[in-house]
Design a protein around this ligand. Structure first.
Ligand code: KDG
Ligand code: MG
Length: 432
């Protein structure tokens, strides 16, 4: 565990207070980097009336940048602030930096924002979803990640997920002629180790993988046909294209997958150029999900206002926290676009809990991604959310319902880890 701590003794230090006369003040903030199963960045804020709140600032493969941004530039600004003023603190951190947006900045702001919501809900004695308007549903439908190198292995994986309680399934598969494809758990990546659902590998350098879009486009529709034949028409099926196609290739895949009635096709093309989605949309009725690498509402402006997507994929952790996600999802709701909050293993249980409270409260909930963390992570993060018969629930503990066992966290020091990258057969770097 790396720990960067800035704390002040209890009691008021008026020289540091930005908000004179505040009834409550932040007196300590700790940035805790720990690596049970994988690296996580957690911010713990403490107030002078004895509350603590947790926020997730994990950015896969770039964890220490967020830790430094928080410890060096944000934590000194928090001491003495009124923890109750969440919107004001969000605007202060966003606008006072002058440099806007970006994954590091927005993950750091998210960590502060979620920790303050945790404190506010604890102080109110309520689970956070109550402060967000109360429950709009009984539980949050979740999808899990099934994958296989061939059809029998994929079918086994789907059955295993059904046994675990999942009622919606993402399907990823190996492709003949490609050695290592994103999302196939049992497949050795170019680094020689199994993914086991966690693509970031603990190593000094990123693993190199390979890619061939034509081979993928030829192979995938047959896989979905086989899955539908085996599991029937009811089971909601999802697929992640992981940013690898051009718009015209994405349009073709969407069209080819229409007979298999996908819940969504995710990240069918890199979407920095939002207008590119017009072309995809013109050619297919397969629902589209985009946004896990986005970090503000501006990344979605065209996608949402022209109704070019069906699901918003941002993570609470990478998009400025509950405050910003709520605004983004309310904006999307005006265009009948639903949530599909990012929930891979690189979102910590703190970020996951924040997502679940939001999922439960908003009206335009779509689905929640849920990859289970490993046992060491569960030891470090004590969680109160539950998963029953396909539905997640954040639980009824005041606040987020997650606490950090700091002694357990200290047993798992940070380990350098990188996401892989892709090369085409001729050696050209391709999107991963
Ligand atoms: O850090 C990268 C992962 O979060 C990403 O590869 C997972 O695409 C992903 C997904 O849909 O969960
Ligand atoms: Mg994805």
């Amino acid at each position: 565990m790396l720990r960067y701590r800035l704390s002040r003794p209890r009691g008021r230090d008026r020289t540091r207070s930005y908000q004179k006369g505040t009834p409550v003040q932040i007196i300590a903030a700790d940035v805790i980097v720990t690596s049970p199963d994988r690296n996580f960045v957690t911010l713990k804020i403490t107030t002078d009336d004895g509350f603590t709140g947790l926020g997730d600032g994990t950015l896969n493969g770039r964890e220490l940048s967020v830790a430094s941004y928080l410890a060096d530039h944000v934590v000194p600004l928090l001491i003495g602030r009124d923890p109750q003023r969440i919107e004001d603190t969000w605007q202060f951190l966003y606008r006072s930096a002058y440099w806007r947006r970006g994954p590091v900045t927005m993950a750091a702001i998210a960590a502060v924002d979620v920790a303050l919501w945790d404190i506010k809900a604890k102080a109110a004695g309520m689970p956070l979803y109550q402060l967000l308007g109360g429950a709009s549903r009984n539980g949050v439908m979740a999808y899990g990640h099934a994958s296989g190198r061939d059809l029998p292995e994929l079918f086994d994986s789907i059955r295993r997920h059904l046994e675990l309680g999942y009622r919606s399934i993402r399907v990823q598969t190996s492709v003949p002629g490609i050695n290592a494809v994103y999302g196939v758990a049992a497949q050795p990546s170019a680094g020689g180790r199994r993914y086991d659902y966690e693509p970031a590998q603990r190593a000094a350098l990123p693993a190199e993988e390979d890619w061939d879009t034509r081979a993928y486009l030829r192979h995938l529709p047959g896989v979905f046909e086989a899955v539908r034949n085996e599991f029937g028409p009811e089971l909601p099926l999802l697929h992640d294209g992981h940013h690898r196609m051009t718009p015209i290739q994405a349009a073709r895949l969407g069209k080819d997958l229409e007979p298999y009635d996908l819940f969504w096709l995710e990240d069918c093309t890199p979407a920095e150029n939002q207008e590119a989605l017009r072309l995809v949309r013109r050619h297919t009725t397969t629902p589209l999900a985009i946004g896990e690498v986005f970090n503000t509402v501006w990344d979605y402006q065209t996608l949402i206002s022209e109704q070019l997507i069906d699901y918003v994929r941002s993570a609470v952790t990478h998009t400025g926290g509950i405050t910003a996600m709520r605004k983004l999802l309310d904006y999307a709701a005006q265009y009948q676009i639903k949530s599909g909050i990012h929930g891979p293993t690189d979102i910590s249980p703190v970020g996951m809990a924040a997502a679940l409270h939001l999922d439960l409260a908003i009206h335009n909930f779509g689905i929640q991604e849920y990859m289970r963390h490993g046992p060491a992570t569960d030891e470090v993060f004590l969680q109160s959310f539950s998963f029953t018969d396909g539905y997640l629930h954040p639980g009824e503990q005041p606040g987020l319902g997650v606490e950090l066992d700091e002694q357990a966290a200290a047993r798992f020091p940070y380990q350098p880890a990188y996401l892989p990258f892709n090369r085409l057969k001729d050696g050209t770097i391709h999107d991963w």
